[in-house]
Design a protein around this ligand. Structure first.
Ligand SMILES: [Zn+2]
Length: 353
């Protein structure tokens, strides 16, 4: 967190839920240098806001009978889980996690959306404040309510000292690239904001994914790629060049599409501001790939190592691989220079600005 944001935060009164956290800095292990740009914080009280309003929390748990998300309570915001998380971060050499929500506070009822967004954002700020340097928080926004979202951007940056904004690929049936959200991108552009883009885990609202129970295993990757295509189709990278957007999961297969997109996308999508491959290289991509070396190599070749940042999807991969492995696979797969760039420099550059 920058000095200015920390200073702003330190001036806040009792509005933040700090009571359950020790007000002391927890320093990383000396060797810890990685910034984990894709780490979730599960906040049961945030989910409860949706259920209390008679809504099913969107995302992974939306389908009746769906098993609980992998990783379970390890992602919780309880003090015990936070301390266990810190120990795992130390073991993995992770200095800082950038905390985000796996599903957005998106509700048709504006009061519910605002209440949920403010609750999650206050929690992110409180934990970042209580464990100075170990956590940064991303703000989630009360979509589809544009004016309220802009007000929450202002609160998140100017009052809470959060590091950026976490958007999701779709709000109900609307793409995040829908023109209705242009004022939000304009405000984020004005603030030179860091933005992460995460799947909505909605199976693209398609029975061809949902009826086959594929929304978590593969639908998320398709959502990632489609969202980037929609952002390119609406010329977001060209219209809002100051926003630094980080896409989840190496772009979900986008790396292998660029040549085809350059050939065919201009045929059907009018007024593109540039070649799709060139526009795609204006985003950053996190390295969550479940250890896939082919996916990592393709992303390095397609986007360049300078555009990749470490991510873990914490705690989703913990049942499948130890937390340190989520980062060591990068060093194992790539040459030393590219691995060092990805693990120790790119995210630092994004957060420092
Ligand atoms: Zn995630």
């Amino acid at each position: 967190m920058s000095l200015s944001r920390r200073t702003v935060l330190s001036t806040l009164g009792g509005g933040l839920a700090l009571a359950t956290f020790p007000l002391r800095a927890t320093r990383p292990a000396i060797s810890a240098r990685v910034i984990d740009m894709h780490a979730h914080l599960s906040i049961p009280a945030y989910s409860a806001i949706f259920t209390q309003a008679g809504l099913t929390p969107p995302g992974y748990s939306a389908r009746p009978g769906q098993p609980p998300p992998p990783g379970g309570g390890k992602g919780s915001d309880s003090p015990e889980a936070i301390m266990q998380r810190l120990a795992m971060m130390d073991e993995a050499g992770v200095a800082t996690q950038l905390l985000s929500q796996s599903f957005g506070p998106y509700a048709a009822d504006q009061a519910t959306a605002i209440r949920a967004a403010r609750f999650a954002n206050d929690r992110h700020a409180a934990i970042a404040h209580a464990h100075s340097g170990r956590f940064e928080g991303l703000a989630c926004l009360p979509l589809p309510h544009v004016d309220a979202a802009i007000a929450e951007i202002r609160r998140a940056f100017d009052e809470l000292g959060l590091a950026g904004v976490g958007l999701h690929t779709a709000c109900h049936t609307a793409s995040i690239a829908d023109p209705r959200f242009d004022p939000i991108f304009a405000e984020l552009n004005r603030r030179n904001a860091l933005v992460t883009l995460h799947p909505s885990v909605n199976g693209l609202m398609s029975p061809l994914i949902l009826d086959w129970q594929l929304e978590a295993a593969a639908g998320t990757l398709i959502e990632d790629a489609v969202a980037v295509l929609e952002l390119i189709a609406s010329n977001v990278p060209a219209r809002y060049p100051n926003i630094r957007i980080v896409i989840s999961h190496l772009g979900g297969g986008l790396a292998s599409m660029l040549e085809r997109l350059d050939n065919l996308m201009p045929v059907t999508v009018p007024k593109l501001a540039g070649r799709p491959s060139e526009m795609a290289r204006r985003f950053w991509y996190d390295t969550v790939a479940h250890g896939s070396r082919p996916a990592l190599h393709a992303a390095v070749e397609a986007f360049g190592a300078a555009r990749l940042v470490p991510g873990s999807d914490f705690p989703v991969l913990l049942p499948f691989e130890p937390y340190p492995r989520t980062f060591t696979y990068i060093a194992d797969a790539l040459d030393a220079d590219n691995a060092d760039l990805i693990l120790h420099h790119n995210a630092q550059g994004l957060l420092a600005r």
